[in-house]
Design a protein around this ligand. Structure first.
Ligand SMILES: NC(=O)c1ccc[n+]([C@@H]2O[C@H](COP(=O)([O-])OP(=O)(O)OC[C@H]3O[C@@H](n4cnc5c(N)ncnc54)[C@H](OP(=O)(O)O)[C@@H]3O)[C@@H](O)[C@H]2O)c1
Length: 222
């Protein structure tokens, strides 16, 4: 199956990390779909991707963080694109420390759990069946180090992903780069290359600095 026959759903594709992945996938010739709760974020994404690839980007307004919302978004997506061959999940929030732990409230904790865990789990439950039974299809999971306890608690859930990338440093746009951070375009290029290679076995990649992205690109399938 060539890249142009593959339809990649990028969950969180309107976000900082997701937008770099969306752009790189489109530049490699994939068809890409993105669901966001916010239509203005989708418009920004449309103007961010390479103009010649825009026709291959499908955007849908929806909330994949609730069971009903995800199911509705799935129906809308399938109506628009017909099939999904690959999924990249990059849900959550940007590099957020929230201050020292003793200053954080239960409300903060609830928001973190809801944004990181619920949206990831609910959307996985809803969308994974689209790619589960075909060995040519992939599910890639992007997360930060903060997600580790959740992954440990839900080890069997973790094992469902062909690819998992854990990023333990900041990610930024070119304009906001800080030494040691990852440029979201370089990160997107690496993730798009991994999707293109289509690992069939479970692999976890740890990214702590920009050099780790180059190492991943140089490695072949495990
Ligand atoms: N940015 C960094 O420095 C950094 C560093 C290390 C790891 N990471 C990891 O990368 C992943 C993405 O982070 P990011 O920086 O791209 O964050 P972001 O810019 O805030 O984007 C997160 C995306 O998640 C989506 N999302 C969150 N909750 C949702 C919900 N309930 N329902 C539907 N969509 C929901 C948002 O969708 P909407 O478009 O609907 O708002 C948004 O598109 C996270 O797992 C994060 O831990 C990021």
């Amino acid at each position: 199956m060539s890249n142009s026959d593959r339809v990649v759903l990028v969950l969180g594709g309107a976000g900082l990390v997701g937008s770099g992945i969306v752009k790189a996938l489109l530049d490699k010739g994939f068809k890409v779909s993105v669901i966001s709760r916010d239509s203005s974020r989708l418009e920004r994404l449309q103007s961010f991707v390479s103009p010649t690839t825009k026709a291959n980007l499908t955007t849908i307004v929806g909330n994949v963080g609730s069971e009903e919302g995800a199911e509705q978004a799935k129906q809308d997506l399938l109506k628009a694109v017909g099939k999904v061959t690959d999924i990249v999940s990059s849900l959550g929030f940007s590099w957020w420390q929230g201050g020292p732990p003793h200053t954080q409230s239960l409300k903060d904790l609830h928001w973190v759990v809801e944004t990181l865990l619920y949206s990831t789990f609910v959307s996985w439950k809803c969308f994974f069946p689209l790619v589960r039974d075909d060995s040519n299809c992939t599910y890639t999971f992007i997360t930060g180090d903060s997600f580790n306890p959740v992954l440990l608690l839900t080890a069997r859930f973790h094992a469902q992903f062909q690819l998992c990338m854990k990023i333990d440093t900041g990610v930024a746009t070119l304009e906001r780069m800080v030494p040691g951070y990852l440029n979201h375009l370089d990160l997107g290029e690496t993730v798009a290359t991994l999707v293109e290679r289509r690992n069939s076995s479970h692999a976890v990649f740890y990214v702590n600095c920009p050099a780790d992205l180059k190492t991943i690109l140089l490695e072949r399938n495990p």
